[in-house]
Write a new protein. Structure first.
Length: 434
C-alpha cells in the first residue's frame, strides 16, 4: 500500500521559557565577544563598518534603552522605514529586546501604500531613514536620522522576559489578494529557525555568510543576520552601489564560506569573468524567494564547482522545505521537509494526506514553532488558513515516494487546459526541458 504524503520524524526540541528573540540571537556571542559579527561592505576589500559580537549586543541594548526613553513599551508596534544601513538591525533587535513589535517596511513603498499600512498597524513610533518620505500627518511620533543615531549612546536596557508565544515582529505581505496584510510572528520563530541550520544551511560558528539582500529585506534579516549571529558566525552585508556581478569579488575579498541570494542574483552573475575564482573558498550557495530555474543552478554549479541548496517557504512560516549538505539536491525536486517539521500534502477537496506521488495542497502542522501567530487584525482570514491541525500554505505540491517535495505552484494559479488543471510551474518545467 502506498504511504500517505506525510513527513514526521518527531518534533524539534521545545522552545525554552522565557524566550526573547533578540536575547537568543546574541547569546552565542557572549562566548566570543571579540569575534566579528558583522561587516558592512562598501566595495570588494573595503569595509565601512565592523561590529564584534560584544559591541553589537551592547549597542542593541543601548538602542533599546533609548527607545524606552522615547516611550516605546512592551507590546507597542514600531514602524521601521529605513534604508540599507546598520540602523535597521540595531533598531529591529532593540525593539524586540524590549518586548515591542518591530515592523519593517520597504523603502520603495509609496506614501499612499504607507498610509494604508500605518492605518492598519497603528504604530506607537516610526523610525525614518535619510531621504525617505512619510505621509502627512505621519500617524505617530517620528524618530529622524540624527535622533536614531543618538540612541546608540543611551543607557542600556535589558532583554524582556517574554514568553515563546508573545508577539515578536510583524511583516506586511500582499499575499494573493494584492492588499497588504500583516503577518504577526512569535518570539519562538527564532528558535524554529535552528531547524534550518542543519536542514538548509549547514551553518556553524566558523562560517562567514555573505547575503545578497539589503538589510531591510526579511530574507536578509533571517538567513543573513539572525541565524549567523545566533550560531556565533559572521555576517557580510554589501551596502555599496548596485552591481550585478560584484558578488564573486566580495566573496573572495572577505572570505565568504556561504553565499545566499534570490535565484535572480545567481542568474545575473553567470557572466562574471571571476565567477569561479571568486567563489573558490565558498562551501555552497543558498537560494530562496522564488523557484530556482534548473538551467541557472546547473550553469552556476558548473562554473564554480559549488552546489546550491534551494529552500521553499513563505512569510507565514519562513522556509521549511529545502535541500542541504545532508540532503543534496535531487533533479526535479524542490527539497525535503527539514528535520523537526511535520509536513503533509492534503486532498484539495478537504480530506487528509493523499497517497505519495499524488498532487495536493502543501500543509504545515500547527505544532511548528515557526508558524505565525496570525494575520494582524484579520481573525477570520487567519481561521480560514487552517484545516484541523494543518496550516494550508496555498501551494500545490507532490510528495514523492522518497519523501522529497515537488512544488507545483500556487493553488490559485491553476490553468484549465482542455479540461485539465495545469500549474504554470509544470509548464515552465516542460518548456525548460525542450
Amino acid at each position: 500500500m502506498t504511504e500517505p504524503s506525510l513527513y514526521d520524524a518527531g518534533p524539534f526540541a521545545p522552545c525554552p521559557v522565557p524566550f526573547n528573540l533578540a536575547a537568543h540571537t546574541f547569546a552565542a556571542g557572549l562566548a566570543c565577544p571579540d569575534k566579528v559579527a558583522l561587516e558592512v561592505v562598501a566595495a570588494p576589500g573595503v569595509v565601512a563598518e565592523t561590529w564584534t559580537h560584544g559591541a553589537l549586543r551592547e549597542t542593541v541594548l543601548r538602542v533599546a534603552g533609548g527607545l524606552a526613553a522615547a516611550g516605546l513599551r512592551r507590546g507597542d508596534r514600531i514602524l521601521l522605514r529605513l534604508g540599507n544601513s546598520s540602523d535597521f538591525p540595531l533598531l529591529f533587535f532593540a525593539a524586540n529586546a524590549l518586548g515591542a513589535c518591530p515592523t519593517p517596511v520597504s523603502p520603495l513603498l509609496t506614501e499612499a501604500e504607507l498610509r494604508v499600512i500605518i492605518a492598519d498597524l497603528a504604530p506607537r513610533l516610526i523610525c525614518r531613514g535619510p531621504g525617505l518620505a512619510l505621509p502627512e500627518p505621519a500617524g505617530a511620533p517620528v524618530l529622524e536620522p540624527e535622533a536614531i543615531r543618538r540612541l546608540r549612546a543611551a543607557p542600556p536596557a535589558d532583554f524582556a522576559a517574554t514568553a515563546p508565544d508573545d508577539p515578536a515582529f510583524l511583516v506586511y505581505t500582499s499575499g494573493t489578494s494584492g492588499a497588504p496584510k500583516g503577518v504577526l510572528h512569535a518570539q519562538r520563530s527564532a528558535w524554529a529557525r535552528r531547524m534550518m541550520w542543519r536542514g538548509w544551511y549547514g551553518l556553524g560558528p566558523g562560517d562567514r555568510m555573505l547575503h545578497a539582500g539589503a538589510f531591510n529585506w526579511t530574507f536578509t534579516l533571517g538567513a543573513g543576520l539572525t541565524d549567523p549571529w545566533a550560531a556565533g558566525a559572521s555576517a557580510l552585508i554589501y551596502a555599496g552601489p548596485p552591481d550585478r556581478q560584484v558578488w564573486p569579488r566580495l566573496a573572495a575579498a572577505h572570505g565568504a564560506t556561504i553565499f545566499a541570494g534570490a535565484p535572480g542574483v545567481y542568474r545575473q552573475m553567470l557572466g562574471a569573468p571571476d565567477l569561479a575564482s571568486g567563489f573558490a573558498g565558498l562551501r555552497h550557495g543558498l537560494a530562496a524567494g522564488e523557484g530556482m530555474p534548473a538551467n541557472v543552478a546547473s550553469a552556476w554549479t558548473a562554473a564554480t564547482g559549488k552546489p546550491i541548496y534551494e529552500a521553499l517557504g513563505m512569510s507565514e512560516v519562513s522556509t521549511y522545505v529545502s535541500f542541504s549538505p545532508e540532503a543534496p539536491p535531487v533533479p526535479g525536486r524542490s527539497g525535503r521537509p527539514q528535520p523537526g517539521r511535520r509536513i503533509a500534502v492534503l486532498d484539495e477537496a478537504g480530506g487528509g494526506p493523499v497517497p505519495r506521488g499524488q498532487d495536493g495542497l502543501l500543509a504545515v502542522s500547527r505544532r511548528d514553532p515557526g508558524l505565525m501567530l496570525g494575520y494582524w487584525r484579520r481573525p477570520e482570514e487567519t481561521a480560514a488558513t487552517f484545516r484541523g491541525e494543518w496550516f494550508l500554505t496555498g501551494d500545490r505540491a507532490r510528495m514523492e515516494d522518497d519523501g522529497a517535495i515537488v512544488h507545483l505552484g500556487r493553488q490559485d494559479d491553476l490553468m484549465n487546459a482542455g479540461g485539465f488543471r495545469v500549474s504554470p510551474a509544470e509548464v515552465e518545467a516542460a518548456l525548460a526541458g525542450t
